[in-house]
Design a protein. Structure first.
Length: 66
């Protein structure tokens, strides 16, 4: 599927690439958080919630610095 996806990417306008990459990054983040960290969904864990919030804040801070 990778060769097909890369061939189809040539048909997408360049102005749309940024939005597509943001969508794919968000999708992978959701998969990682939801499927690979299944224990986080079974019970409330304050450390997990705080870690996610801190990760988001660090990402925003790095965006402003860069």
């Amino acid at each position: 599927m990778y060769p097909i996806g890369s061939a189809l990417a040539l048909l997408i306008p360049a102005s749309f690439h940024t939005m597509a990459m943001a969508f794919v990054a968000g999708d992978f983040t959701y998969i990682g958080a939801g499927d690979l960290l299944g224990e986080a969904h079974k019970k409330f864990n304050a450390r997990v919630v705080i870690s996610v919030i801190l990760g988001g804040l660090i990402t925003v801070a790095l965006n402003f610095l860069g």
